[in-house]
Design a binder for this molecule. Structure first.
Ligand code: MN3
Length: 241
């Protein structure tokens, strides 16, 4: 029996009143909650260590970003889903009709989905340039890889306050956009709607510990961790939706 199964079983026993008070306390602590397995929305596992993107993104930033910021959006979303009796389990469907949901779902559902997406478009030993159909599409729709980098970097640098810059597919073509706060181009309220294939978080929590106010330096370093393999897969997927 693994730890989680043991704790779930003890929690279930606790619900039946069969446990000693000491174990009952254990079962009610947050990290051993019986509800954990039943949560509607979960953080994707990080596919690499917190320090794997050093020196471009430091380990402490990654750890706090994943275990605190992203974890909080996820926890809040699950609470909102429960409190508002939201039955939809597909986050993309929720985002596509976000105007019908409370503002908290827009903020936390966006934060939940954007970060799951973000962890995957970064990788250790990555960077360089995309290849294949993605590379061809970038040249076709955005001029060249160099022009795309310039346009995307500018969108990220000039997003006032907190938000994201994105490479999206709209009407089968690539475009660069940015969104405020935790909004996603998938949302029906987005200024320009599309399917995101690449993106950068430009909230200060994504870079402040290492780069302080130098957002431009963070954006420049971000190109060194761009996971073009995953972005290429996202692009293929985007063409089918
Ligand atoms: Mn963030």
């Amino acid at each position: 029996m693994d730890k989680r199964t043991f704790l779930r079983n003890t929690a279930l026993l606790g619900a039946g009143g069969l446990l000693l008070p000491k174990l009952d306390l254990l079962a009610s602590s947050p990290e051993t909650s019986v509800a954990d397995d039943a949560l509607a929305f979960k953080q994707n596992e990080l596919g690499y260590a917190f320090n794997a993107l050093e020196p471009n993104i430091d380990a402490t930033t990654m750890e706090i970003h994943y275990t605190k910021h992203h974890a909080t959006y996820t926890k809040n979303l699950n609470t909102l889903v429960k409190d508002n009796n939201i039955v939809e389990k597909d986050i993309m469907k929720i985002l596509k009709s976000i105007s019908k949901y409370p503002m908290g779902v827009r903020n936390n559902g966006g934060g939940f989905h954007n970060h799951n997406f973000f962890w995957e478009v970064m990788a250790p030993n990555a960077g360089g340039e995309p290849s294949g159909e993605l590379a061809q599409a970038i040249s076709r729709d955005l001029g060249s890889f160099a022009k795309f980098k310039e346009e995307f970097s500018k969108a990220a640098a000039t997003r006032f306050g907190s938000g994201w810059a994105w490479l999206i597919v709209k009407d089968k073509k690539l475009a660069v956009v940015s969104t405020p706060n935790q909004d996603s181009p998938l949302m029906d309220i987005a200024e320009v709607k599309g399917f995101p294939v690449f993106g950068i978080d430009v909230w200060e929590h994504a870079y402040y510990l290492k780069y302080q106010n130098r957002r431009a330096d963070y954006i420049q370093a971000f190109w060194n961790v761009a996971n073009w393999k995953k972005v290429g897969e996202n692009y293929q997927k985007a063409l089918t939706v």
